[in-house]
Design a protein around this ligand. Structure first.
Ligand code: CA
Length: 226
């Protein structure tokens, strides 16, 4: 498994590299965002650990540039612990977030989890339900020939619903599969995301694809109405 660390603090980067190498990972390091993008473009990394506060182009800019061509999982590593930053990171396509200072064992656990989830397999098929089409590799959603603009999380949510089309998914299931978080009772985040997704995917169309199953959850399917 090959990892890339993009971190400007040399000692921190070396410390991470050493720890990860001791755990069997092969590790590349880049000390600036520009270098990081270059190394990422030229290497087939299984995971990228990305610091946000970088000189020149910061981690957010690196992430958004990266996401135009790569689906490599990204773990954001930063001293910034503000909710706005986390949301921004996730919206730009980050897969996980760890606030400094952190315990190395926690980083290691998150790295393992991200690697287990893996990258979207190459050549994975385009998903279709009625006139809605989702291409997980190209990161593209199209309804009736029109591109649907989605945030990274909305895209992940739609992909999940498409992959499991016809199957009712509970809010808790969706929360853990899309956000990788266990929401004990507060699954409001799922409701909000579903509402936003519907506004983009269903609102302008007579044929609704996302359905609420009262007391259970949500299902995406093509229902023929009489
Ligand atoms: Ca830094």
């Amino acid at each position: 498994m090959k990892l890339l660390i993009i971190e400007d603090e040399i000692r921190a980067a070396e410390y991470l590299k050493q720890g990860l190498s001791e755990n069997g990972y092969s590790v590349d390091i880049a000390h600036t965002g520009t270098d990081g993008l270059h190394v990422a473009a030229n290497g087939d990394h299984d995971l990228i650990i990305l610091d946000i506060m970088l000189p020149g182009i910061d981690g957010f800019a690196v992430l958004s540039a990266l996401r135009t061509s790569k689906t490599t999982p990204v773990l954001l590593l930063t001293a910034k612990g503000q909710t706005d930053d986390k949301v921004r990171g996730f919206d730009l396509g980050a897969d996980d977030y760890l606030v400094k200072p952190f315990q190395f064992v926690e980083l290691l656990a998150r790295v393992r989890a991200l690697l287990k989830r893996g990258k979207a397999p190459l050549g994975s098929p385009v998903l279709r339900v009625a006139d809605l089409e989702v291409d997980p590799v190209r990161h593209r959603a199209i309804r009736l020939g029109q591109r649907v603009d989605l945030t990274a999380k909305e895209f992940a949510l739609l992909t999940l619903l498409m992959q499991r089309s016809g199957e009712v998914l509970s809010r808790t299931q969706i929360a853990s599969l899309v956000w990788d978080i266990n929401f004990d009772s507060d699954t409001n985040v799922v409701e909000v995301a579903i509402r936003r997704l519907r506004a983009k995917v269903d609102d302008n169309f007579a044929n609704k694809l996302i359905h609420t199953v009262r007391g259970v959850g949500y299902v995406l399917e093509h229902r023929v109405t009489a």
